[in-house]
Design a protein around this ligand. Structure first.
Ligand SMILES: *Cc1c(COP(=O)(O)O)cnc(C)c1O
Length: 399
């Protein structure tokens, strides 16, 4: 167990590094031979714990890591991780020196930004510090336009007497996880603009470095978009891109098997008898239609168990499914255990209760189900689990 705490609260996010390793194996099996793999461990590895997840994916054969912020990159470096780390989001001038000092790999795409890094690299005495040139082919977020790529590639290689080098080129798809023909065409057009930009850089006599554009969805379904490296995130954590079910892949003759890495669990801390007509939680939105028992769970929306999940959670206690009753509070919620004998009720106290995650860990619903029912995506469900919830890791020897 990673977290050294004198007291461990009942509510924990159990992180199966075993499932993470399994998922990396599944992703790698979908890559063409020789294609590198970059795993996104941004946002604390989508809520799963960046350092242990980073170590595990590297041990399972990932080549690169990707973070969003400089801070996140520094956390990995401070933990002794030496693999290349892409910084996917932009930083401010005040963070540039730290990017260089910690050998993080920024995405660059305009003259000012390139010069900031070139100067910082020169001041740090670096030659050929690698940066990746981001190309905006249709995401409308960051990147240069394809026609600017060769001039910017030249600037990268020439600024400040060669303090930088072009380590790679990348673009990001806006809709590669969609199954519609229209979106497939959009992605194809993005890919063509990207390969055109790469070609222009080559024609200018500059080696484009590692070229990458495939996210989770494209990595699994579109080998023609792999280029030199795939960038996967959500699949590593056990969820299918765009919530496509396993059966979608099976229908394509693909036995892809992803396993949720996070299981949110807690303990029943109180079992209370409620008489018919008594109400539960804020707004007394639920009133017992019969004499029943209520279990109190010490987990709430401040842990990331969002209020809107209440109607869809199937909380597992001893393998049985129990509904949430009333509103989820900040720190607690209530499940209905049903009419019980006093002995049965007493036996349920202190039992483990599983909110969502891996069925092999006892969960009866997963982040995908909660996302589908509440109009969001699995990414948001796992990354919303707050830092108050200790992450508990399964594999000994990885810390
Ligand atoms: C987060 C991110 C990824 C990974 O996306 P998934 O959909 O989780 O595979 C890839 N590339 C970029 C630029 C990202 O920001």
């Amino acid at each position: 167990m990673l977290k050294i705490a004198l007291v461990m609260r009942a509510t924990v996010a159990e992180i199966s590094l075993k499932n993470l390793t399994h998922n990396i194996g599944q992703i790698k099996a979908h890559l063409k031979p020789g294609v590198k793999l970059c795993i996104a461990v941004k946002a604390d590895a989508y809520g799963h714990g960046a350092v242990p997840c980073a170590r595990t994916v590297l041990a399972s054969g990932a080549d690169f890591l990707a973070v969003a912020t400089v801070d996140e990159g520094m956390e990995l470096r401070n933990a002794g991780i030496q693999a290349p780390i892409l910084v996917l989001s932009l930083c401010t001038p005040s963070e540039v020196a730290d990017v260089v000092r910690h050998t993080l790999t920024p995405l660059v795409f305009d003259e000012d930004y390139i010069l900031l890094f070139a100067q910082a690299a020169r001041r740090a005495g670096k030659k050929g510090f690698p940066v990746h040139l981001a190309v905006d082919t249709g995401m409308g977020r960051i990147g240069c336009f394809p026609e600017e790529a060769s001039a910017l590639a030249r600037l990268i290689t020439e600024a400040e007497q060669g303090s930088l080098s072009l380590g790679g080129m990348c673009t990001h798809f806006a809709a590669s996880d969609s199954a519609t023909a229209q979106d497939a065409d959009y992605t194809k057009a993005q890919f063509e603009r990207f390969t055109h930009a790469i070609e222009q850089v080559r024609l200018a006599g500059i080696a484009p470095g590692i070229c990458h554009c495939a996210n989770s969805a494209a990595s699994l379904e579109k080998p023609e978009y792999h280029l030199d490296m795939a960038r996967s995130g959500i699949t590593a954590y056990g969820y299918y891109p765009d919530g496509k079910p396993r059966s979608y892949y099976a229908a394509r003759g693909d036995s892809l098997d992803l396993r949720p890495v996070m299981t949110l669990s807690t303990q029943v801390v109180s079992v209370r008898r409620l008489k018919k007509g008594m109400s539960v939680s804020y707004g007394h939105t639920w009133t017992a239609p019969h004499d029943t028992y209520i279990g109190v769970l010490p987990v709430g929306y401040a842990d990331g168990l969002l209020r809107r999940f209440a109607p869809f959670l199937r909380v597992a206690v001893g393998g049985k499914s129990y509904p949430v009753r009333g509103r989820i509070c900040m720190d607690q919620c209530m499940i209905e255990l049903g009419p019980l004998s006093a002995t049965e009720a007493a036996a349920l106290r202190w039992q483990r209760a599983v909110l969502f995650g891996d069925s092999a860990s006892g969960a009866l619903c997963d982040a995908q189900l909660l996302a589908d029912e509440t109009g969001t995506i699995s990414y948001e469900v796992t990354s919303a689990i707050t830092k108050r919830v200790p992450r508990v890791f399964d594999a000994a020897g990885i810390s």
